[in-house]
Design a protein around this ligand. Sequence first.
Ligand code: NAD
Length: 479
Amino acid sequence: MQNPTYDSLYLFINGKWLNADDRDTAAVVNPATGNVLGRLPLATEADLALALDVARDSFDVWRHTVPAERARIMKRAAELMRERAEHIATQMTLEEGKPLTESRDEVLRAAEYFEWFAEEARRIHGRVVPANRPGVQQLVKRQAIGPVAAFTPWNFPAITPARKLSAALAAGCSVILKPGEESPATALALARCLDEAGLPKGVLQIVFGVPDKVSSQLIASPIIRKVAFTGSVPVGRLLSERAADGVKPITLELGGHGPVLVFADADIDAAATGGAANRFRGTGQICISSTRFLIQRPVYERFVAAFVAATEKLVIGDGMAAGTQVGPLANQRQLEKMELLVADAVAQGAKVLIGGKRIAGPGYFFQPTVLADVPMSARIMHEEPFGPIAVMRPFDALEDGLAEANRLPYGLSAYAFTRDARTAIDVGDGLEAGMIGINQYRIIATELPFGGMKESGHGSEGGTEGIEHYLTNKFISQI
Ligand code: NAD
């Protein structure tokens, strides 16, 4: 039976909210209780074929809708998101598990992306370039690239779709979005806001399904001109190959293994208490999380003690309960992965300073865990944990810290704590990461580019850079 506080689930194709009817369905589970919240209709091949045709036709409507009108609709949708923030946040916490306060914050930040990119829609300027021949006029126009296939994961069910949709819609693209099947109601609620704000039929469509089947059908279609994906490196690589077959650009936001360099001259308590809050926020299931804490040897013991003390105070529980700071993991698979990573590190000599075990009872809860003396051969020194495990390691000179920070093929987020201006400049220059926080863990803002380098992906979302990937350049020379 459907939980009364959880929305009914649909596909949103051609402006219609489609029930399961005779389609296959998947259960959506509350990760805090293990209870089934609802059943998600999965798109058939015919559903996806229809969505593609509609995306082609609606692109023609939307790209010819003047920017001021596109902006008006997007701002109205943002207003609706704000008005419905409590309801949408409840959906998010039920299906994803994060504390309600964080869900509320995420909905408001998603609304902000639509407001911000609404303004960017009005600033898609071209250029007039002086010619080398008399009487020739040379124009550079920037136009919407075409229908977009976008794939977003379960961990940030509002903000990750919002980053993609807001920029694509502002540019004039139609979008078929496949959100994570684990947390579908949040994306559907955002789509409702856009629909009710007056987005023309079919400009946004939401599909769910067997992810691999959906992405192969959508990306192979000549109708799709742009792909955007957030998720793991292996899936990002696969979708890159598919996009390359059709010579389509792809924006990728993939995993990370965020290093934190703590220098001996830093504010150690701020770095440690902020670090514990950052590491365990979202139960560690955040791509830009700080994960590898690299601490200069003279302050190693002090930092680790302060970090463990801050970890001990965290309140773990159902995200719907007041006061919860750390919710459950998303699913059983994540829970088992944490157990494997801890067992592997311990077998190789690591010490568990706190946590290390799943929490008995219903739901997918794992204790916030701090590991010290982890040998370099341990899996966790190479693989993104994507869960509530922090790794502590000492370093000596700046070059040693930087070398360890940059060792992995990831390059998403990195952090450093120091009071020395020279050190701050050197680590800012030397860290191989798309987003760097110095003396702080807050590195995201709507007006700033969000994205990584190396195997963490390419292409920025957010900021003035965010709309670029949904535009194409056209040069017209006329005499
Ligand atoms: P995953 O990459 O398998 O899944 C992430 C999302 O991608 C899911 O929503 C899934 O539906 C979708 N997906 C999976 N295979 C797909 C395919 N063939 N075509 C289209 N979409 C597909 O990862 P996961 O197992 O759900 O999560 C664990 C790992 O994913 C983590 O270790 C982390 O590296 C990564 N991840 C990263 C982010 C991020 O924000 N960058 C978010 C979630 C997960």
